[in-house]
Design a binder for this molecule. Sequence first.
Ligand code: AMP
Length: 226
Amino acid sequence: MSETTTRPAVLILLGPPGAGKGTQARKLEESFGMVQLSTGDLLRAAVAAGTPAGMAAKAVMEAGGLVSDEIVLAILKDRMAEPDTARGVILDGFPRTPGQAEALDALLAEQDLAIGAAVSMEVDDAAMIQRVSGRYTCAGCGEGYHDAFKQPLEEGVCDKCGGTAFNRRADDNAETVGARLKAYHEQTAPLIAYYAGRDVLKTVDGMGPIAAIADDLGAIVKQVTA
Ligand code: AMP
């Protein structure tokens, strides 16, 4: 354990769409100064910028499928090369296939880094469709909201930054969520056994209050960085 003390922590968040990976990664950023690394966010930025990778990924993302490992790995490697990752990283939405998990192992080995923990956020699929279908974020600061569960205190005004523009993801609709859940169970869920076999798997109950889940994750971060 002590060998991880001087090296940045690498935490993987595993869970289906709507499990709360992004919400919790942002909380861990605030609490521990780690850096959230979301391949979904990086891909959406590539789509918005119209890069070749973004153009190749767009239709697959809209259909709820998985973008090729080649594209995702190239984007992730570039991001991992930025200096802020020395503060520790929370991988949100990556790896998503056994091939990506193996590529991550190789990438971390090159940098003399190790996975501190892979946390499986345990949730009910049925609730995920409702969670994902109603969610939206502040365009200014990224704070998350939900039509049924968490509206801003003042209608149309972000609680956190006062912004008045909000975004909804093109793939956050009931149909696409079904395809995304299927992709999760077929291609990503096997990683739970992969990380259990590597002795780095932790699980948290992802159905409780956001603050309680944040506490559970915070305890895991403290454990792996102690
Ligand atoms: P997310 O923001 O994690 O829900 O990802 C949104 C979409 O981006 C997914 O439905 C995939 O189409 C794509 N995506 C994000 N991360 C990955 C990944 N690691 N591998 C393949 N596709 C990904």
